[in-house]
Design a protein around this ligand. Structure first.
Ligand SMILES: Nc1ncnc2c1ncn2[C@@H]1O[C@H](COP(=O)(O)OP(=O)(O)O)[C@@H](O)[C@H]1O
Ligand SMILES: [Mg+2]
Length: 200
């Protein structure tokens, strides 16, 4: 069987260890995401809301994710106004932007572009993450914030997601009296828009 072959052949063993490792990572992400959602559901989250310069936070998240974007040959452009202040939980907001940016990277193929924009619009701070990726079919759009919902089950599995990232992002944004919205065109790309009340 496979395991016996793995003992004899180190190249085969390497493949096994890689699969086991990837699956363990996936399981960890799934457990963490489920825990997070259940805490949000049960209102167990202790929000640590403070005045937060979202321009700086988004900039940080973008920098952190630059490596994985570069690896895929994606160009990332950032136009974020300064002094975009909101009243928010820093760690949770970081999670929101990390989820949305990782989707943009994950669902955009080699050579694509990602554009992150941040601006104040009236009494709201508006951050959008736009990509030139695979896009989302019209019929799937209303469902992508549902738990475990993924457009392409096989591919999403390959790409290591849990299908919970956007659900979590939405819960967090709503808990800040904000709004998250997705526009997309299959084959062209996707834009995720996050709006939060500006701190005045
Ligand atoms: N930027 C994007 N481009 C194309 N499809 C996306 C994008 N963001 C999210 N999706 C679709 O929405 C689904 C749900 O997203 P998410 O909750 O983050 O789950 P996943 O773990 O699969 O990334 C994804 O599986 C994918 O089909
Ligand atoms: Mg995701």
């Amino acid at each position: 069987n496979f395991f016996e072959r793995g003992i004899e052949d180190s190249a085969v063993a390497y493949q096994f260890v890689k699969v086991i490792n990837d699956e363990a990572d996936r399981m960890t992400r799934l457990v963490n995401d489920l825990l997070e959602l259940s805490r949000l559901d049960n209102k167990e989250v202790k929000w640590n809301k403070r005045p937060l310069k979202i321009d700086l936070l988004v900039g940080e998240v973008v920098s952190k994710m630059m490596m994985s974007a570069k690896k895929k040959g994606l160009s990332v452009r950032c136009e974020i106004e300064e002094n975009l202040e909101v009243f928010a939980d820093r760690d949770k907001m970081e999670q929101v932007f990390q989820n949305v940016l990782s989707n943009a990277i994950k669902y955009t193929s080699e050579g694509g572009r990602i554009f992150v924009k941040g601006e104040k619009a009236g009494n709201q701070v508006c951050v959008s993450v736009e990509d030139t990726g695979i896009g989302i079919p019209k019929e799937d759009l209303p469902r992508i914030f549902e738990r475990f919902y993924r457009v392409d089950k096989t591919r999403s599995r390959e790409l290591g997601g849990t299908g919970l990232g956007l659900s979590i992002a939405r819960e967090i944004v709503l808990a800040h009296d904000g709004d998250i919205e997705v526009q997309s065109e299959p084959g062209k790309g996707t834009v995720v828009i996050i709006k939060l009340p500006a701190l005045v």
